[in-house]
Design a protein around this ligand. Sequence first.
Ligand code: C5P
Length: 227
Amino acid sequence: MKITVIIPAAGSGERFGGKKQLKRMGNRPLLFHTLKPFIASELITEIVVVVSKDDVYQVERALKSMISVKTVKVVAGGDTRQKSVFNGLKVSDKSSELICVHDAVRPFVTEALIDKVIQACDKHDGVILAQRSTDTIKKVMNDQILETLPREIIWRAQTPQVFAKQALQEALELAEAENILRTDEASLLERIGYQVGFVEGSSMNIKITTEEDWVFAEAIYKSLNND
Ligand code: C5P
C-alpha cells in the first residue's frame, strides 16, 4: 500500500518570533529531525513537505540531496495550516491510499509511533495519536471559568494523524467550500461523520510553539542524543 506523509512546515512562527522549523537543533535544522523517522520508515512511500513560498527552492535542494530512497516533493503552503495541508494533498501520489499528516514542529516522533498509528487504520477512516490530559481543563470566557471538563475523557491530540485519502480529500474540500477552519485534520473528518480513532501517543512527542517549548525540546534532544 502507498502512504504519503505531508509535513506542514509553512508557519511564520508568530508565537515564536521566527521560523522554528528551520532553526538548528544540535547541528541540523529542526525539520531534519522531524523527517528522519519518516525517511527511515518502510511504511512511508512518499514525503511531501509544505513550506513558505520563499523557502521552496532552498528546502527542495537540501532535501533532494539528502533523501534518495523515496520520492520527496516540496510545495508552497497557504496562510493557514489547513490550506498548507490541502496544498500538500493536491501534489500527493494519485495512487496513495493513506495520508499521514505530521507537524514539522514535533521533532521527537519515532518510527514506532508512526507504525502504531498506521497499523490502527484498518478499523477506522482515520486514526490520530493522542495523550491523556494530566491537567484539569477549563472552558473559559474572558477572565471567567464557564465549565470544568471531566478529565477522564479529555485527551490531547497530537500528530501523526493518518486518514484514508479519499476521506481527507472530501473533508478538506467541504471545509473550504463552507469556510470552516479547524486546527487539526481529524476534526474536519469528525465534523462530516467519519469515524476517527486514536491510539496513545507519547509525552515526548511535544509540539514546539513558544520559546519556552524550545527550551524543553533542547533538553529532550540532549537526553536522547546523550550530549
Ligand atoms: O499553527 P500550528 O501551531 O497548528 O502549526 C502546526 C504546523 O503547521 C507547523 O509545523 C507549521 O509550520 C504548520 N503551518 C503551515 N502553514 C500555516 C501555518 C502553520 O504549514 N499557514
